[in-house]
Design a protein around this ligand. Structure first.
Ligand SMILES: [Zn+2]
Length: 318
């Protein structure tokens, strides 16, 4: 009886996700769907303003902007795969963004269930590769300390942890994917530190692998290549969302958004994965924080809480 009604409920919940009269069209040779139809069809309260659309429902407030890739959800910045397109006040979103960005976030039930027991932590750089350099420190040392702290907290919470390195050695980037595949782990998190020519820039950004058919957030061309890591596109985005949220809550850092890139370490993993840029070594104040064990503990807690929250949402923990 329970199973029967659960199935009915599932069908009822699934139907409005993409059925019905959703207007579709091609813009710049890409498939677009009418966002007003999608959101009102899913019972979101929609407000249209000149140049923006706000949709409220399911605990989310999403703001979409005219001709922009940048949107926000509950105040968190998200970079869409393709720019929004407005016709008068009527907004169109790329169909790829509906399936790879919005739907995983607003309907996590559509993301395949993931066991979350064994997690690989990758500490960026090491050995001869120092990564970004600041005035008083190097990226490779900060990523190692942060990763070790993440591993300690994860183990205390009952997760099994693999680390790509535990000392100052360099792991070639093309070895990391195969390492993850051998462990057959459930999630992957790569930790890096940012650097910018503009020394005023600070904040945290979380990346997941760019889906096929889109260009990365920081530019580049549209690529149709499907990497192994793209098998988990919806879960990759959802994991990035939970980690970015938890990191900002813990640290109060500037939100630089959830972005996509074709980073080597994300291409060949066989589990949902993200790459987190935990702060800017090129900014004096942020570099000081990144060398403060108390701040690193906040970063580590943020990453772990993001993983916990992803596991509660879509995972089957232990
Ligand atoms: Zn790096």
């Amino acid at each position: 009886m329970f199973r029967f009604s659960a199935i009915i409920l599932l069908i009822v919940m699934q139907l409005p996700l993409f059925a019905g009269a959703i207007r579709q069209k091609q813009i710049n040779r890409l498939k677009y769907s009418n966002l007003y139809d999608l959101m009102t069809g899913n019972n979101f309260r929609v407000t249209l303003q000149p140049g923006a659309m706000t949709a409220v429902g399911r605990g989310y407030t999403c703001v979409f902007n005219r001709n922009a890739r940048r949107m926000s959800c509950n105040g968190i910045r998200v970079e869409l795969l393709n720019s929004m397109s407005f016709e008068g006040n009527l907004p169109w979103i790329s169909t790829l963004d509906w399936f790879k960005t919005l739907r995983p976030l607003l309907y996590p039930g559509t993301v395949p269930k993931h066991h979350v027991r064994r997690i690989m932590i990758d500490m960026g750089h090491g050995g001869n590769d120092s990564g970004a350099r600041g005035a008083i420190s190097q990226e490779k040392a900060i990523t190692l300390k942060t990763g070790q702290q993440v591993a300690r907290i994860l183990r205390a919470r009952g997760y099994q942890v693999d680390m790509t390195r535990t000392s100052d050695i360099q792991i070639p980037l093309d070895r990391i994917g195969p390492m993850q595949q051998r462990t057959n782990g459930d999630l992957f998190v790569s930790i890096h530190v940012n650097s910018a020519a503009d020394k005023k820039v600070t904040g945290i950004e979380t990346y997941c692998l760019t889906p096929a058919g889109a260009a990365s957030s920081n530019g580049g061309k549209i690529s149709q290549t499907i990497h192994d890591g793209n098998r988990n596109d919806p879960a990759n985005f959802l994991l990035a969302w939970h980690i970015q949220n938890a990191l900002l809550r813990r640290t109060g850092a500037i939100d630089r958004g959830i972005k996509r890139a074709r980073f080597a370490v994300l291409k060949n993993i066989h589990a949902p994965g993200v790459l987190v840029e935990i702060g800017f070594i090129s900014n004096q104040a942020e570099e000081r924080k990144l060398n403060d064990p108390e701040y690193i503990n906040k970063i580590a807690l943020g990453i772990v809480e993001g993983i916990d929250s992803f596991a509660r949402t879509t995972g089957v923990r232990r």
